[in-house]
Design a protein. Structure first.
Length: 583
RNA sequence: GGCCCCGUCGUCUAGUGGACUAGGACGCAGCCCUCUCAAGGCUGAGAUCGCGGGUUCGAAUCCCGCCGGGGCUACCA
């Protein structure tokens, strides 16, 4: 970090006159090389290419916009049927052109924030390729906590560049899931903001321009290799026990006559290092990194490219993301450097959340990855949020229960853990139980309603107090109350127990039907007959509920009076006939 | 295989050279309370701080090596 601590170029939302992709691009570029409106640079499709020469090239050309005007930086040798080979022009030769463009389009960079560094901007950039991952929720939470703690801004961006797997409904699932958890963002596709659009699928022209720039400056090249050829290269390397890296065949000897291509970034020599807020310095030798594809054959950018560009363009200052992104970081940094864009101030790679098998939570092996599951099972969002905060972070005190505001003030990014965190249902249950017990009766009843659709609301409200200390999840309520809808099979009763049930039925018949009155009636009966509560209550419970249930007076009161008395009499009748039959 | 990250009770973790007979929480066991189940209270078991070397009067804490686990190694993100 700190390679480009260009705090001068902080841009506030008010100063941005043109919240369009092009405007944002100019500002982003302004961070580094100065604003360049390089419309002509875009046309990285060489002259003379036959139209419709493959999906990729068509797509790129279409989005590049311009008709192939002459540009000093790009020289495509024209040729008949053969696709011309692009000549890469060294950056030094481009300088006059850039200056020229600059004169026509003065930079839009707005110097603001006179004193001190600008407040941080962080982002969460999920891709709508499936249900919301628990790890995404945790990452979003840490970003949010960091932003709020530092008085910064939390951005939600949708990284939807995977055409094959994206689904619009999954984007909605992200909003729903995050809203459910109480995660709110300041800028995003649904709420807007000065750095939009916030959906990568709507920023394609930007990536195209940036890719063209990389191509023009020789930082990138077209790769015409087929997937099969690439696969063969990979296999060969494996057989020869050699670490695989792309051979750069298309950089040196591109095959002729092919039309479909990807764009690869040419990884420079040297080493790339960055500072991670919790791990310290991380450094890699660039030649352990193969030239990555940055634009797919269908013209869409690859994550590593679009994400890095957008982070810079959206002026994201701190990147908090999962540990699985550590290997991506050097590539993104090299890309930014090549583009002359500012690097983020800092990175923080959060430990992965692992399952019982110590492996990263995955769709295939861990049902607990799915955020929606927690809602279904009846976890309180505030409890899950609290638990998630503790997964990979701790305040350094013994406090474990936090409101959101408490988390915000306690959150200190340097206390993020380095080692992976194992997901633990029991700990979650315990925290959830704690939050349930803290709810008021009315609030609990309200939250319980969706989990007890078959019960009248009045019954749910009446049950809430008795349930409160017995629930670990709201979804446990139907089980605890299932006796209401299904009478137990009549239990075997000793003659003494039969007498207890019979007299209890009598006493209860004249009792008011409230927990309080029932309790008093039963206690009086026990005192009069010399029966202990344990002795008296058990047969009644078996007759009425047949299983573990709330305190007896609540168990009875939740049932309609006639139903309760009917069950008592029914159990009695069954036991008596059995006794007679057996005798 | 290569690159990178990590390594304190079963789990989440406190700990940054002496206050460590390594603390807390979840879970577990026992007891108390008690109409079942919970909740609550108390008590307890549980970690030779991955291993081996150093440095130091002294190391969980610093250094080196090893081992183990994980992540990444896609025209996924």
């Amino acid at each position: 970090m700190g390679q480009n601590p260009d705090h001068q170029s902080w841009v506030t939302s008010r100063e941005i006159e043109e919240p369009t992709p092009a405007g944002a691009l100019r500002q982003g570029l302004g961070l580094g090389l100065g604003a360049v409106a390089h419309r002509e640079l875009l046309d990285f499709e060489p002259q003379g290419t036959k139209p419709g020469a493959g999906v990729g090239s068509r797509h790129l050309r279409a989005l590049a916009g311009g008709r192939g005007g002459q540009h000093p930086g790009l020289t495509g040798a024209s040729g008949g049927d053969q696709l011309p080979v692009l000549r890469f022009v060294p950056p030094s030769e481009l300088v006059p052109a850039i200056q020229h463009q600059e004169a026509r389009h003065p930079p839009l960079v707005c110097p603001v924030m006179p004193d001190g560094p600008s407040p941080p901007r962080v982002r969460m950039a999920p891709s709508p390729t499936g249900y919301v991952h628990l790890g995404s929720a945790r990452t979003a939470l840490f970003n949010l906590l960091f932003a709020r703690h530092e008085g910064g801004c939390f951005v939600l961006r949708i990284d939807d560049t995977d055409l094959e797997r994206n689904r619009p409904e999954y984007e909605q699932a992200i909003y729903d899931g995050f809203h459910w958890l109480g995660l709110e963002w300041d800028e995003g596709p649904d709420v807007g903001g000065p750095f939009g659009p916030y959906r990568q699928s709507e920023r394609l022209d930007l990536y195209r321009e940036l890719a063209a720039r990389l191509l023009a400056t020789g930082h990138a090249y077209r790769c015409y290799c087929t997937r099969e050829e690439l696969e063969a290269e990979r296999r060969r390397a494996e057989q020869e026990h050699r670490p695989y890296r792309y051979s750069r065949r298309c950089l040196y000897r591109p095959p002729a006559g092919r039309h479909e291509f990807t764009v690869r970034f040419r990884v420079p020599e040297g080493r790339t290092a960055f500072t991670d807020l919790v791990r310290g310095k991380v450094e890699v030798d660039n030649d352990t990194v193969g030239d990555p594809v940055i634009v797919k054959a269908n013209g869409w950018p690859v994550y590593n490219f679009s994400s890095a560009c957008d982070d810079a363009l959206m002026q994201i200052t701190h990147i908090l993301r999962g540990e699985e992104h550590i290997p991506n970081t050097p590539v993104q940094l090299m890309l930014l450097d090549a583009l002359g864009m500012a690097r983020p101030r800092a990175f923080c790679h959060l430990p992965v959340i692992v399952g019982k098998d110590r492996k990263k939570l995955s769709k295939r092996h861990h049902p607990e990855v799915r955020l929606g599951l927690y809602q279904e099972l009846g976890y309180l969002p505030e409890a899950l949020l609290n638990y998630l905060a503790l997964l990979g972070w701790n305040p350094g005190t013994e406090q474990e229960i936090f409101s959101f505001d408490e988390l915000v003030s306690a959150f200190d990014i340097s206390r993020v853990q380095r080692s992976s965190a194992m997901f633990d249902w029991q700990k979650l249950d315990s925290i959830n139980g704690h939050y349930i017990r803290r709810l008021s009766d009315a609030e609990l009843a309200e939250r319980l309603l969706p989990y007890l659709p078959d019960l009248p609301a009045a019954t749910v409200r009446a049950a809430a107090p008795a349930l409160k200390e017995r629930l670990r999840r709201l979804g446990d309520a139907p089980g605890l109350l299932s006796y209401l809808g299904s009478p137990p099979t009549p239990p075997p009763l000793t003659p003494a127990q039969q007498e207890m049930v019979a007299t209890a039925a009598q006493a209860l018949a004249t009792s008011e039907w409230t927990p309080r009155a029932i309790e008093e009636a039963l206690n009086r009966l026990g005192r009069e007959r010399g029966w202990s509560r344990g002795a008296l209550f058990s047969p009644i419970r078996w007759a009425v509920a047949g299983r573990v249930s709330p305190p007896l007076h609540d168990t009875l009161a939740l049932l309609p009076k006639q139903e309760a008395l009917g069950r008592l009499r029914g159990a009695l009748a069954a036991a008596q006939s059995k006794t007679r039959g057996g005798a």
